[in-house]
Design a protein around this ligand. Structure first.
Ligand code: PMP
Length: 304
C-alpha cells in the first residue's frame, strides 16, 4: 500500500504518497488509541461524489469525543480533505480512509503530552466481499469470538483498537473456509460482522440487532430508511442465532460491503440459499442511490 504514486492529506497538507510516514514511536501504533472512518466515493452522472460525507465526519468526531481525543481540525477541514484526497488523486470512485492518531510526542498512557494527528488517504477498492458474492451471497460462520462487552471498549466509537477483535474473528472464519464471521454479543445474541451490520428478513419484516454492542453503521441507517420508504416494517431487536437459521433472507451492510447477501450461516442455508428478493431490491436501490441514479436521495451525495 505504501509504495505507490499519489497524494495523502496529512495534518493539513497534501504530501506525496511514499512520504506520508510516521515514527515507530507513534503512540497509536503501540496502544491502538485512534479513531477512523471508512467512506466511499462513487462515479455519478454529475461527477464523482462521496456518499453521506457529513455523517461519516460526524461519526469520526463522535468517536474522538468518546475516546477523549482532542481534534485539531474542524469538520469542514476534514470534509474538504476527503474531497481533495479523491479529487487530487484523479479517482472516479474511491474508498476513503480518514484516521486520527496520537503522535510520537510521548509514550505514557497518561497521554497528557500528545498531539492528535490526522490523515486522509483514498484509493480504488472494488466489492469488499467479492463481486460475484454480491449476487450469489456469502457463507458465514458464528464466531468463537464475542463482540466487545459494552463496558470494555466503546462500541459506538470506530476506534482502531476495536479492530483486533474483528481481525481475530475474520481470520478464524476465513481459515475455516467461510467468507465472513458473525459475532455474538457477550449475552449470546447476534451483534454484527467483523466490519458490517446484520439484517434478517422473516415473513416480509426486516430485523436488525439493537446497537448495544454493534457500530452505528451509516449503511444500516440508510437501509432502514430505504426499507421503510418502500413500505417494509423494520424492527430493531435482540436476535438469536437460531432465528437466523430460520430466516427467509439475510444480508450484511457496510460502506465497504454495501449490501451483501448472506446465503448460509453455520452450514445452514438461509431461505433458498441464494440472494433473496427483498435483499436484491434493497441492494439495487442502494447501488442506484450511491451512483446518483436517484433524485430522491441525491442529498446524500457530495460532489468532490
Ligand atoms: N460494524 C463495524 C464493526 C464496522 O467496522 C463497520 C464499517 N464501518 C460497520 C459495522 C458498518 O458501518 P458503515 O455502514 O458505517 O460502514
Amino acid at each position: 500500500m505504501s509504495d505507490r504514486d499519489g497524494l495523502i492529506w496529512l495534518d493539513g497538507e497534501m504530501v506525496p504518497w511514499r512520504e506520508a510516514k510516521t515514527h515507530v514511536l507513534t503512540h497509536t501504533l503501540h496502544y491502538g488509541m485512534g479513531v477512523f472512518e471508512g467512506v466511499r466515493a462513487y462515479k455519478t452522472d454529475q461527477g464523482t461524489a462521496i456518499f453521506r460525507l457529513q455523517d461519516h465526519t460526524d461519526r469520526l468526531f463522535n468517536s474522538a469525543k468518546i475516546m477523549r481525543m482532542p481534534m485539531p481540525f474542524s469538520k469542514e477541514q476534514l470534509n474538504d480533505a476527503q474531497r481533495a484526497a479523491v479529487r487530487e488523486n484523479n479517482l472516479d470512485s474511491a474508498y476513503i480512509r480518514p484516521m486520527c492518531f496520537y503522535g510520537s510526542e510521548g509514550m505514557g498512557l497518561r497521554a497528557d503530552n500528545l498531539e492528535t494527528h490526522a490523515m486522509v488517504a483514498a484509493w480504488t477498492w472494488g466489492a469488499y466481499l467479492g463481486a460475484e458474492n454480491m449476487e450469489k451471497g456469502i457463507r458465514i460462520k458464528t464466531s468463537s469470538f464475542n463482540r466487545h462487552h459494552v463496558n470494555v471498549t466503546m462500541c459506538k466509537a470506530k476506534a482502531n483498537g476495536n479492530y483486533m477483535n474483528s481481525m481475530l474473528a475474520l481470520r478464524e472464519a476465513l481459515d475455516d473456509g467461510y467468507d465472513e464471521a458473525l459475532l455474538l454479543d457477550v449475552d449470546g445474541f447476534v451483534s454484527e460482522g467483523s466490519a458490517e451490520n446484520f439484517f434478517l428478513i422473516k415473513e416480509g419484516i426486516l430485523y436488525t440487532p439493537e446497537l448495544t454492542a454493534a457500530l452505528d453503521g451509516i449503511t444500516r441507517k440508510t437501509v432502514i430508511t430505504l426499507a421503510r420508504d418502500l413500505g417494509y416494517e423494520v424492527r430493531e431487536k435482540r436476535i438469536s442465532r437460531d432465528e437466523v437459521y430460520g430466516a427467509d433472507e439475510a444480508f450484511f451492510t457496510g460502506t465497504a460491503a454495501e449490501v451483501t447477501p448472506i446465503r448460509e450461516l453455520d452450514r445452514r442455508a438461509i431461505g433458498s440459499g441464494s440472494r433473496g428478493p427483498i435483499t436484491a431490491q434493497l441492494q439495487a436501490l442502494y447501488l442506484d442511490i450511491v451512483h446518483g441514479r436517484s433524485d430522491k436521495y441525491r442529498y446524500w451525495l457530495t460532489l468532490v
